[in-house]
Design a protein around this ligand. Structure first.
Ligand code: B12
Length: 224
């Protein structure tokens, strides 16, 4: 399969809600030895955004958007398996607890970030979507995580990110965890405003920021 054509066909399969085709193309992509992450970001994600635009324009209704998401998820499953299985990932870095905040069921981007962190060597606990603040905190303690990652795709659920940071302060736990936020409407300015430690607008960047945040920590520890 030619790379560029493969990417375009993958985007198209998502827009056309074609679960089988999306999955088949992902298998072919992996079989060709190409980078699975590229297929997600430059193929499938392009398609899901196009479906979103069609929905905004009133050409697609919610069932179509759900169908597009299903096609994307089916293909992502194949690609994620290829990523995590490829090099028997060694989880030598710190623990991360990640989820989509309460009231929000968008989980495609969050799952991608979780997979990339895992591939990047982090020990990842993915709490899924619609996750209550309390659950994030419990899991972070239980899993001895160093970093909490929160995804929000709705402007109405973004404030939950602020609530979690406030809860950490209230319980005197703010210093125990780095907080990384993301999701389509989230910006660097928002991250700063709510007192998060980091922000990333894509999965590859999320891994870089997570590593930088935790490396800072290790340098701090070495200080006398
Ligand atoms: C697919 C989709 C859905 C699917 C979700 C399926 C699923 N399981 O996830 C379905 C159909 C279920 C859905 C439902 C709804 N949706 Co919707 N949806 C989308 C759509 C088209 C794409 C989202 C997506 O998956 N993108 C692809 C991924 C790969 O990108 P991403 O999520 O942005 O993630 C990347 C980065 O943001 C970042 N990132 C993400 N999370 C994190 C976390 C951390 C820690 C870090 C560091 C980085 C990071 O890295 C990711 C990878 O690169 C968007 C439009 C858009 N352009 O975003 C609308 C959109 C988000 N939806 C919208 C709306 C309004 C809804 C509904 C309320 C519709 C309704 N009337 O019911 C419901 C919400 C229900 C709920 N309570 O959550 C609006 C939100 C508007 C707003 N400003 O709040 C959008 C923006 C569409 C629009 N333009 O109006 N939706």
């Amino acid at each position: 399969m030619e790379k560029q054509i493969g990417l375009e066909r993958m985007a198209e399969s998502v827009v056309k809600l074609d679960v089988e085709e999306a999955q088949h193309l992902a298998e072919e992509w992996v079989g060709s030895g190409y980078d699975p992450h590229q297929a997600i970001e430059q193929g499938l994600a392009v398609g899901i955004r196009q479906a979103g635009e069609l929905w905004e324009a009133g050409d697609y209704f919610l069932p179509e958007l759900i169908g597009a998401a299903e096609a994307m998820k089916a293909a992502m499953k194949v690609l994620q398996q290829a990523m995590t299985g490829a090099d028997a990932t060694q989880h030598t870095l710190s623990g991360v607890v990640i989820g989509t905040v309460h009231g929000d069921i968008h989980d495609i981007g969050k799952s991608l970030v979780a997979t990339m962190l895992e591939v990047g060597g982090f020990r990842v606990t993915d709490l899924g979507n619609d996750v209550q603040v309390e659950r994030f905190l419990e899991a972070a303690v239980e899993e001895k995580a160093q970093l909490i990652g929160m995804s929000a795709l709705l402007t109405t659920t973004m404030p939950v990110q602020r609530t979690l940071i406030a809860a950490l302060h209230e319980r005197g736990m703010r210093d125990r965890f780095k907080v990384l936020v993301g999701g389509a409407p989230v910006t660097e300015a928002w991250a700063r405003e709510i007192g998060a430690d980091g922000y990333a607008d894509n999965a590859a960047q999320a891994v870089r920021v997570a590593k930088a945040l935790l490396a800072t920590d290790m340098t701090d520890l070495k200080k006398p």
